[in-house]
Write a protein that binds this ligand. Sequence first.
Ligand SMILES: [Zn+2]
Length: 483
Amino acid sequence: MSFEAVIGLEVHAQLLTKSKIFCGCSTQFGSSPNSQTCPVCLGMPGVLPVLNKKVVEYAIMLGLATNCTINRNSYFARKNYFYPDLPKGYQISQYELPICSDGYIMIKTKEGEKRIGITRIHMEEDAGKLIHEGAHSLVDLNRTGTPLLEIVSEPDMRTPEEAVSYLKELRQILLYLGICDGNMEEGSFRCDANVSVRRKGDTKFGTKTELKNINSFRFIQKALEYEIERQIDIIESGGKIIQETRLFDSSKGITISMRSKEEAHDYRYFPEPDLMPIFVDEVHIKKIKESLPELPYEKRQRFKDQYNIPEYDIEILTNERDISDFFEKCVSLYNNPKTLSNFFMTEIMKELNERKCGILETKLTPGNVVEIFKLLDEDKINYNGAKTILPKIIETGKSPSVLIEEMGLVQISDTSALESIVMDVLRNNKKELKEYLSGKDKLFAFFVGQVMKRTSGKANPKILQDLLKEKLSKISIDEVDNL
Ligand SMILES: [Zn+2]
């Protein structure tokens, strides 16, 4: 009997607002501990939270981008629990009436596109951070009150691959909207996964476990794979799954029991009395809708219609907004999308990956890239030359035509100059020449190679080939010794 997994994901996305959700403290990352705090986010008695309007706007943006219903009325609730990084003893969150609900996003799977439901998106405040040093634990409350959106999916995913695909799509939407930096290592895009397994064909869900805070796509894949295997093994050997929270140990590649899972009622949710309910009117929603940027799935479709390049190229080119904008600027200057796309896919992406940097952090400009293609079209350089100057442009920002002069890469397209080199090569390789003339055609490449060597790769390959063919066709084997 085969099993299938049922996976639902809860994502916490830290919002890129300048100030916190209920006070004016800065949200900047990396400042000295507890320097970005005030009586509100420290949870002093008698203070009142004031809602940051930007947070509501960002929540609506994400809701619209993920096909949610924007609830015109919603309110905040207190989620009560004790932990040293939570000074108030409760977290202000949303419970019964979140700001967005009932949405979906489309993800790619091996079997084609699949719709993954989004149950809800709600606003809440982040907790602080504990830093463990030897026998002590220190508390940094700079992060306390940083605005978060929690995005809860339906349990619609059936494999670890689908879960990763969903997360990548969601992260990309957040990045395109410009409301979250998506940095998983720094924790601004965090994910908890609810996993259960059941026999194929069953409609009832099995008992689920929750995997906490896994900080890379690779680890999510591994943690889910391990957990699914673990649960199947237990059921097959007649055991029962315990509902619990488990942590992924990335060094061992296993999940470990952390605590039994709380139920929602353990948190004693109740409406936050210090904040007014939130009302958003249709005009406001409409205004936000009109201001939304082009979203990843819209951009992919447009690239397909407009540029006629392969799906795989589109995937890579639209992965980051900076890359796709850069690519489009190049196309507007040099209308050959396929050629440009090839160059991006092979050469430019390779250089960026090696440097681990974004395209805007280099000195490359659309003008530079297009100039390379003009030099290629005019036969001033060959493709090898183009590859050689690319890293130099990236580092210095110099124009390709200046660089090919400086680096001596200007192609030799002058037939008479090439002719004398070709004859020289033939004279110096009489043995090979005789073999060629007696039928060993393969040696043609040898002569090409010799000329290339003599010209440091600068011979125009097309002119060289033609010239070499012509010369060789005119020599008879008896003439070789008197060349
Ligand atoms: Zn504060």
